[in-house]
Design a protein around this ligand. Structure first.
Ligand code: PAF
Length: 283
């Protein structure tokens, strides 16, 4: 595995691979690598001869009161983990080489980015879309793997690729969960051990939705209210949103129609940590 920090050097290597007709897959991360990231790498390997992993804590997707400065950056540990995974290049640029002095351009996402995470974190998806586009231009991949845990981010990136005619296949990787069902995330390290085990309630909420929909309860708003009640009953857990959306549009859905697909989106404050999760259902 070769570690590259210079965007120009990464771009030159990527260009050479393209000329040699090598299929390139990229997995973008903000580091603090975990099992979830490794599952993305495995998926990338299925369709690509060369796998590039990027580590970059993107300042432009954090709000002023968010955790940019305390975001975990265990770089040595990440390098060791990346070496043990099937990765060809680790691209880990400095912030100044991605956003040099006098940098000006930011992409603006549309309606898809305005609700849920977008509403709670103004400007977040514009920052994500901007860095993802820059990393696409630098790594020139044929395929890019993104985790389904960040379902809205995945939808925003699919829209970005479609809208800007990018010739890149976006592949969704299933959510990896801890034993109690908590979705694996770099931010789980912020939780106390008590909070971490109690956070299984979020997955229990998703399972509850699955059972209710399987029993042909189509009032999605009522199911979301039940799940909100379940989560709120855990001391210190405060749902920010629990809402069903149409799978294709991410428009809120109140009543399900048989045969259609929906996604339940959840964000929950646990102490000072915000956890997100989701589940997909067919009515
Ligand atoms: O999902 C993430 O880790 C980030 O949002 C991404 C896609 C690497 C962009 O910074």
């Amino acid at each position: 595995m070769q570690i590259i920090t210079d965007p120009g050097q990464m771009q030159a290597i990527a260009e050479k691979m393209r000329l040699n007709r090598q299929l390139v897959g990229v997995v973008m991360t903000m580091g603090a690598l975990h099992e979830g990231h490794l599952s993305l790498v495995k998926l990338a390997r299925k369709s690509a001869g060369t796998v590039i992993l990027t580590i970059f804590v993107n300042p432009r997707q954090f709000g002023p009161s968010e955790d940019l400065h305390r975001y975990p950056r265990p770089f040595e540990q990440d390098v060791a983990l990346a070496k043990s995974a099937d990765i060809d290049y680790l691209f880990a640029p400095e912030a100044g080489s991605i956003y040099p002095e006098h940098y000006q351009t930011t992409l603006e996402c549309g309606a898809l980015a305005e609700r849920f995470e977008g509403e709670q974190r103004p400007g977040h998806f514009n920052g994500v879309a901007t860095v993802v586009t820059k990393l696409f231009n630098i790594t020139k991949p044929h395929t890019a793997i993104f985790g389904e845990k960040d379902a809205q981010q995945l939808a925003v990136i699919r829209q970005l690729v479609l809208d800007l005619n990018m010739d890149i296949a976006i592949v969704a990787a299933p959510i990896v969960r801890e034993e109690n069902g908590l979705a694996v995330s770099s931010r789980n390290v912020y939780l106390s051990s008590q909070e971490r085990s109690a956070a299984g309630i979020i997955y229990q909420g998703i399972c509850h939705a699955e059972k209710r929909i399987a029993a042909e309860e189509y009032n999605l708003q009522a199911i979301a209210a039940e799940i909100t009640g379940m989560i709120s009953s855990v001391p210190g857990f405060r749902p920010a949103y629990v809402s069903f959306v149409h799978e294709m549009t991410f428009e809120p859905a109140a009543i399900a129609e048989a045969g259609r697909e929906y996604r339940l989106l959840l964000a929950v404050h646990v102490g000072g940590v915000r956890l997100i999760d989701n589940g997909k259902f067919r009515a």
